[in-house]
Design a protein around this ligand. Sequence first.
Ligand code: ATP
Length: 248
Amino acid sequence: EAAAPILSVNNIEVIYDHVILVLKGVSLTVPKRGIVAILGANGAGKTTTLKAVSNLLRAERGEVTKGSIEFDGNRIEKLSPNELVRRGCIQVLEGRHCFGHLTIEENLLTGAFTRRDGNAAIKEDMEKVYAYFPRLRERKNSMAGYTSGGEQQMCAIGRALMSRPKMILLDEPSMGLAPQIVEEIFEIVKDLNAKEGVSFLLAEQNTNMALRYATYGYILETGRVVMDGDAKMLRENEDVKEFYLGVS
Ligand code: ATP
């Protein structure tokens, strides 16, 4: 029953620029095939937590100075972002970051850069991405920069899928999108999780939406986990309702 987690973050501390302490001992676990949410206000440390896992902190002059991170049974703090992608752990950055001057299809192809299994397999996976995201198929020859925010978010997730990930670190997928599009994207995340077995660690300010799709959540405040629990418990918790769900 107690299956080994796909990800465990153990008491990590993150410092930017050698002095700015941003994560002050964060621990969390993502079970295999789980969807887990990191919640909290702007600046609480959600993005930093994801980047600590994907090892994208260095580009921001940040570093993990304490604690450990295990992915799929191995310590990963010293691995490069590319090596992590090869092992099945990939981040979808906040703000989507598609290549605006490439078509949707070209963007998807860039997601296969770590693979060595040839064009047939890549083509097959592209079809799979289009099956999950029919809007991307419709727009495959459009320059990504001219597609809608929702399509760009789908493109960013689709591109990550092209690396055949075991886990996606998904940063604020709802940002700037209409509720209906957010729901569409979360439904696809749920499907990918159920049918492909992809695990998700999801940073969201949209607590309500995140707790509808995640099974477990962690609430961060100024670099510390102040509460965690099953999504259902968090949705019903009075403090969570008051401070994060906009219901008093
Ligand atoms: P958001 O939703 O705005 O991304 P967040 O919860 O993801 O918020 P982080 O982006 O992780 O929060 O930021 C946490 C804290 O770290 C903030 O106080 C932020 O100002 C600080 N911070 C983030 N990046 C850097 C950096 N490169 N250098 C210094 N401080 C940083």
